[in-house]
Design a protein around this ligand. Structure first.
Ligand SMILES: [Zn+2]
Length: 250
């Protein structure tokens, strides 16, 4: 059977995987707090797990997961890592360039972390400008919220994300440690949900406003079955997207 993970291939097997194929899947994550009950690696574990399954179905090699991301707003929680965003942009461009050199012309970035979204947009722009290669990035929460109204995915380490982590590796979740988190108001007007209920950007770290770490819908009721159904739908969507990316004329 053809191998899917590039880290398990020899160089000659990778060369073979790029014969008649120019698509490489790159999972990107983050090491960051997800409440007291979830592992720090949620975003990298979920991205790598999905990418492997998408790659197997789409017949595309999957690069090793980039474990780190830009997580400045929550870096006050122990164990969280955040890379300088300009450095991160350069690392991702350099990472992709290594595959471009060996035949990659299309990329699917399977992204597990919200903070990476603006940087991935710049990385894909850089690569297109420089090499004329195309890329697309997807995030499970955005994709699922738009294809199924029952899955608004309105949390960080809460109901939906904990369910997803359970599907990926239930042993890493300890629901006895799950807490409801209350984000403190900054002023009478700027509350946990923003200003007049509309979300606003503020560079005040999360650990200054709460001590639990999860946000949005609380984690109670999270379950593996829900997470599995969500991941199945996300994987199926991305397999379809891979087929379309391959049709783009370059
Ligand atoms: Zn996450």
């Amino acid at each position: 059977m053809m191998k899917v993970l590039i880290e398990e291939m020899s160089w000659s097997e990778f060369k073979e995987a790029m014969v008649g194929n120019d698509l490489v899947i790159i999972p990107v994550g983050s090491i960051e707090e997800h409440g007291r009950h979830n592992p720090l690696g949620v975003d990298m574990l979920v991205a790598a797990w999905c990418a492997e399954r998408i790659g197997a179905k789409a017949g595309a090699p999957v690069a090793p997961v980039m474990p780190f991301g830009w997580a400045a707003g929550i870096a006050g929680f122990p164990g969280t890592v955040t890379l300088d965003p300009e450095l991160y942009r350069k690392i991702l461009v350099s990472y992709a360039e290594s595959y471009i050199k060996h035949g990659a012309r299309r990329f699917l970035w399977v992204n597990g972390h919200g903070g990476n979204v603006p940087i991935l947009g710049m990385v894909m722009g850089d690569l297109y400008e420089k090499y004329g290669v195309v890329g697309s990035h997807t995030e499970w929460w955005t994709t699922l919220a738009q294809i199924n109204e029952d899955w608004p995915c309105d949390d960080h380490g809460g109901h939906f994300e904990t369910s997803v982590m359970m599907a990926v590796n239930a042993d890493t979740v300890d629901m006895t440690k799950a807490r409801a988190a209350t984000v403190s108001d900054l002023t009478d007007g700027i509350t946990a949900t923003g200003y007049r209920g509309v979300r606003i950007g503020l560079p005040i770290p999360l650990d200054k406003r709460q001590k639990v770490g999860n946000m949005g819908r609380p984690p109670f009721g999270a379950n593996k079955e829900l997470g599995q159904a969500m991941m199945d739908a996300y994987i199926e969507y991305n397999v379809g997207l891979c087929a379309e990316l391959r049709k783009i004329k370059l």
